[in-house]
Design a protein around this ligand. Structure first.
Ligand code: BES
Ligand code: MN
Ligand code: ZN
Length: 499
């Protein structure tokens, strides 16, 4: 979809559709008011008849409104004016775009971006309108033999800003929103692909493709022999049961001064998690194709940053393999040696994510990073703790944790702080190795993060447990592309205010 920014009166737009808001209860927004005046009170009349109350997300499509130059006027309910915040703004845009995409308009001029949103500037509204619009029209039908066709899909949105002086910042914000949306799209596509297509080799090929598309992105793919030579015994213990060869993918993007230390992103890339010998129950096991969504979000973040040519130095590390049972698979009780030299008693082969991340974190040391952020669908317990709203943010640095939480708030892709206190470490004690890979059921996401922290002592580090936010279940089953918006917003904030 294409986006342009414009400033001007709604009644004067020559367009297939002009989109204006109505507050609950029947209160016209300023742009709806302008349409109403131009049409001699026609909009007000319709509203008085009770066809549009202004309930958040409701829509009413009007044709040939006299006094206006557009073919259609779309009224969109905004809810109560005093409650119009981030969520409400995004919901209104979503409803409008959904309807536009399903009806005859190829393009439209949207005035919802003129509505004031508490704490937010016009740039925020533009960025989010673009991102929400892209997300709303996203479809994944690559695996269908006959993809359903959308008749007259929405091709172009013009977003209105209150003043001409807002045009420049509006355009910049639109570019940000679009880059983030492209990153989200990539992450969703990779997440949605089935495990028999999206294998470790496929992810490596995707990384190579990304580097081909963006010359600033460099890629290196390590294979089994090289992974072995590095001493990544924890990572290799997970791939043992699989016939699909593992990969260790290294992405690099450098566009800040050479001496600026890089941020390292680490993504969990389990392309299918059966649990291994500690096998999972059959119900819903298909969802474990999403166990590479951390890796997908690292790819998505790279795509966005490269598209924006952001002035940051970035490294992406993706250990990727399958977790399968077999005659050669790692068994409960096996002891493995990590790249850090620390030995691990694998008490549960289903706690595999932390094993592959452990070695990737050790590998990150060589970059003397400014910060390391790992992203992983790590624990079912995270879903219990924060549900599907926020991801867990675990960190050994309060500054880093605060910056990530703030970025999540700005991006409407929220994360929330979780503890890493020493008290939680006790559960990982082992009689046979330096420590075990699992503690008890209690506080499962915290003990998992504690395990990771043992491999992240040499740098500022944060761990995002995205198990609850990376995909949706049920009728809307599919990858969300989160937390690409959070990560990119954080990186761009770092770009603006380097440490
Ligand atoms: N990939 C799963 C975590 C997961 C499970 C995410 C369900 C989303 C939904 C991870 O590898 C796993 O299996 N974790 C175990 C850890 C346990 C064995 C300590 C879990 O959460 O049950
Ligand atoms: Mn598992
Ligand atoms: Zn897993």
């Amino acid at each position: 979809m294409e986006f342009t920014i414009k400033s001007g009166s709604p009644e004067k737009q020559r367009s297939a559709c002009v989109v204006v808001g109505v507050f609950d209860n029947r209160k016209l927004s300023l742009s709806a008011e302008l349409i109403d005046r131009a049409s001699n009170g026609y909009v007000g009349e319709i509203i008085r008849r009770g066809d549009m109350e202004g309930k958040l997300g409701s829509t009413l499509l009007l044709h040939n409104v006299r006094g206006t130059l557009a073919d259609r006027v779309l009224l969109v309910g905004l809810g109560k004016e005093r409650d119009f915040r981030d969520r409400e703004f995004r919901k209104a845009v979503q409803s409008a775009v959904k309807l536009l995409n399903e009806t005859g308009s190829y393009e439209a001029v949207v005035y919802l971006t003129e509505e004031k949103v508490k704490r937010r500037e016009v740039a925020w509204r533009i960025e989010h309108a673009v991102a929400v619009a892209m997300e709303t029209v996203y479809r994944f039908d690559r695996m269908k033999s006959e993809p359903a066709e959308v008749r007259r899909p929405l091709r172009k949105l013009t977003l209105s800003v209150p003043q001409r002086s807002d045009l420049a910042s509006g355009e910049k914000a639109a570019a940000r929103g679009l880059a983030i949306a492209h990153g989200v799209e990539l992450a969703r596509d990779l997440g949605n692909l089935p495990g028999n297509v999206c294998t470790p080799g496929f992810l490596a090929a995707e990384a190579v493709r990304l580097a081909g598309e963006f010359p600033d992105v460099k890629v290196e793919v390590l294979e089994h022999g090289q992974i072995e030579a590095l001493g990544m015994g924890a990572f290799l213990s997970v791939t043992r049961g699989s016939d699909e060869p593992p990969r260790f993918i290294v992405l690099e993007y450098r566009n800040a001064p050479k001496k600026a230390k890089p941020v390292v992103l680490v993504g969990k890339g389990i392309t299918f998690d059966t649990g291994g010998i500690s096998i999972k129950p059959a119900a819903d096991m298909d969802q474990m194709k999403f166990d590479m969504c951390g890796a997908a979000s690292v790819f998505g973040a790279f795509r966005a940053v490269a598209e924006l040519k952001a002035a940051v130095n970035l490294v992406g590390l993706v250990p990727t393999c399958e977790n399968m049972p077999s005659g050669r698979a790692t068994k409960p009780g096996d002891v493995v040696k990590s790249m850090s030299g620390q030995t691990i008693e694998v008490l549960n082969t289903d706690a595999e994510g932390r094993l592959i991340l452990a070695d990737a974190l050790t590998y990150a040391e060589r970059y003397e990073p400014e910060a390391v952020v790992d992203v992983a669908t790590l624990t079912g317990a995270m879903v219990i703790a924060l549900g599907h709203v926020a991801c867990g943010v675990f960190s050994n640095s309060d500054t880093l944790s605060r910056a990530l939480v703030a970025a999540g708030d700005d991006a409407y892709d929220r994360g929330w702080p979780m503890p890493l206190w020493d008290d939680y470490h006790e559960g990982l004690e082992s009689n046979f190795a330096d420590f075990a890979n699992v503690a008890g059921r209690a506080g499962g996401s915290v003990t998992a993060a504690c395990f990771l922290s043992k491999f992240a002592k040499k740098f500022d580090w944060a761990h995002l447990d995205i198990a609850g936010i990376a995909w949706r279940e049920g009728k809307e089953k599919g990858a969300t592309g989160r937390p690409v918006p959070l990560i990119v917003t954080w990186l761009l904030a770092e770009e603006a205010a380097p440490a």
